[in-house]
Ligand binder design. Structure first.
Ligand code: CP
Length: 320
């Protein structure tokens, strides 16, 4: 593996899941791989889990870690080519990425969708510009359209918690008053579709009308607008809000009946609740669910360390 931008960079999901579980069992076994190597973690947006878990994973592998909040710790970065830089962005990504690539062996980047221009967001300009000019491996710490480190942690969590050979996994939309990106839902679909195609899970999606995700992520997954139908017999309920893809970036409904309650879980197979966090309690999911033994959200967040470690190990192994 060179870059980790999406599932397309992964040749064997099973091996990556097992590598994450091995790291969890023995976190410091591969310290030699990162000795005298440096990772730069670059954030255009806020983070708790991604920032801390990736730092921890890199340190477990013996790496030095540098972090930077773009625009706060650094100059604002211009991404467009050939522009007259007479605005508020003082440095171009051509120089910034090239310089960071001299200091770092790996660069991780978080850059959310702006939710103004769908074509621009789905072009993944920030990731591609860094990959082009940094000339070192790039790790996606959540981009405009994907959050693959989260999806790998979700795969690890499902593998650990499943009680049947081929669990039923449901992605459900949750209500929110703010427009949020589609990245987590897109990525979850991408990875779960691959798991379903390999026969490991059954996967379905439920959301209100108007919240259809991009076809390239949903594929031929069964989608229903009836949440109760989707939940019937489910082993895992994965909750997430996202704004509309079709009416790009808009909030079309805040219908509270889509929030997950203990009553909703009655029709599941003792279904476990998952969410990438942060989550707004009682807006998207009831306290009773999050505080119940059916909630996996803390274990899921803890597994972010092991998903990051599996990915960094793979990159270090192939880019020594
Ligand atoms: N799930 C996740 O990526 O959390 P942060 O936004 O806090 O990093």
């Amino acid at each position: 593996m060179t870059n980790f931008l999406s599932l397309a960079d992964v040749t064997d999901i099973d091996a990556l899941i097992q590598s994450g579980l091995a790291a969890k069992a023995n976190p410091f076994a591969d310290q030699h791989l990162g000795k005298n190597k440096t990772i730069g973690l670059i954030f255009f947006n806020s983070s708790l889990r991604t920032r801390l878990s990736t730092q921890k994973a890199a340190q477990n592998l013996g790496m030095n870690v540098m972090m930077m909040n773009v625009g706060q710790d650094s100059w604002g970065l211009e991404m467009e080519e050939g522009v007259l830089m007479n605005g508020d962005k003082a440095e171009h990504v051509r120089e910034a990425a090239a310089v960071m690539g001299r200091y770092c062996n790996i660069i991780g980047i978080r850059a959310f969708a702006e939710l103004k221009d769908r074509e621009k967001d789905y072009r993944e300009q920030v990731m591609h510009q860094f990959a082009k000019y940094a000339r070192v491996p790039i790790v996606n710490l959540e981009s405009a359209t994907r959050h693959p480190l989260q999806s790998l942690a979700d795969c690890i969590t499902i593998e650990e918690a499943k009680t049947v050979a081929r669990p039923k996994v449901v992605l459900t939309w949750l209500p929110h008053f703010k427009p949020l990106p589609q990245a987590v839902a897109n990525s979850f679909c991408e990875w779960m579709n691959a798991r379903a195609k390999a026969g490991h899970i059954e996967f379905i999606v439920t959301h209100p009308k108007g919240y259809e995700l991009a076809p390239e992520f949903v594929g031929d997954t069964y989608v229903t607008h009836n949440q109760a139908e989707a939940f019937a017999g489910a082993d895992f309920i994965y909750g997430k809000n996202w704004s509309s893809y079709m009416q790009y970036g808009q909030v079309l409904t805040q219908d509270p009946s889509w929030a997950v309650t203990m009553d909703d879980l009655q029709v599941t197979n003792n279904g476990k609740f998952m969410h990438c966090l942060p989550v707004r309690r009682n807006l998207k999911v009831a306290d009773a669910v999050l505080d119940s033994p059916q909630s996996l959200v803390i274990e899921q967040a803890a597994n972010r360390e092991w998903s990051a470690q599996a990915v960094l190990k793979e990159i270090l192994k192939h880019n020594g």
